[in-house]
Design a protein around this ligand. Sequence first.
Ligand code: URA
Length: 433
Amino acid sequence: MRPYDIILKKRNGETLNKEEIEYMVMGYVNKDIPDYQMSAFLMAIFFKHLNNEERAILTEIMAKSGDMLDLSKIEGKKVDKHSTGGVGDKTTLVVAPIVASLGVPVAKMSGRALGHTGGTIDKLESIPGFKTSLTLDEFFENVNKYKIAVVGQTANLAPADKKIYALRDATATVDEVSLIASSIMSKKLAGGADAFVLDVKVGSGAFMKDIDSARELANAMVGIAKSHNKEAVAVLTNMDEPLGFFAGNSLEVLEAIETLKGNGDKKFVELCLTLSAWMCYLAGKDSYEKCYKLAYDSLNNGDALNKFKEFIIAQGGNPDVVQKPKDILPISNNFVEFKANKDGYISKINTEKVGVACNYLGAGRVKKEDKIDHSVGLEFLKKIGDKVSKGETIVKLYISENSDVESALNLLNDAYTIGDSDVQKLDIILDIV
Ligand code: URA
């Protein structure tokens, strides 16, 4: 076998077999295949795509290139939730305790912020004392005892994807559905869950800017899961505006706690209940409708809040954060405001720019080594469809001495469009695949 022949075969739009895909992927991981041939191979896939079977093979090979977690020490069916990334996406902080409170195990390995999107692990680290790294045995023990543990990724999951992703990033081959779906699902398969709920974001703050490409990605991911005999549901959700009222680490934990106390943004609550219901349904708890009702009850009768407190204690965090979040969380007291420059209605938001503005304040990372400032972030006082008067605050910026406030304000100015006429508010749930 020669890399040249495999590249040519894909370039000509032919279907590759398992040996050929494995030869390219593992050859690249083992440094037998150089960057330039792997780049050409990825570009051939970018233009000619992969069929369902090729996607499933690529996913499996990347998953098996590293550790394959065995979650069998955890009792019950394990359902993982994955979000393709957005701005203000703190759903895990609400969904995990809801689902765990209903007796369904949540064994979650989460990521950190990178690019314009945030990461659950950074958010949880705003809680003083909270430990995001546990040994595997501690992780299993916590899930068995409390039904919930959320940790950073320590296992060596899908190293082939890591290496190939870095090359895709440098060769303009990231945004191809087969490659994205295989990349995400290789890490999910290696993570060892039995089933997956995939929150596929759509819109200006998401990878997929329109519903058709999001649906294609969702179908590809669900198809890959099914071809590995794992159940999966994809929920297509709106990212044409930030999720909820806040973005930034401590601020999102504050919002999650308020949501668990019954004071959440309506659309954010709907998203959390929908994802929780699908997780419980896939875990075999009951019908989707009954699971939704159970999730609703848990959120409204305090069970989910109590579970959240138990979870914080189990991972070493200060439990007072639940009663007095504003006293315990590091939230900046310094702020500036982004105000409307005319009367009208918020008609459009470039949400990716909003995410980058949040990073300028120090809430995220440009490089992996960058340090996060947990105290800074954005509060969204006006969303799409809201009426504003000239001089009214649209976004409140929580800042610190290291924040680049001017760049953040300039970006917000670019990101928000104020139109003259009323526009419809956005639905949060767009489709289920
Ligand atoms: N996230 C991933 O993990 N991989 C991709 O290819 C795109 C987004």
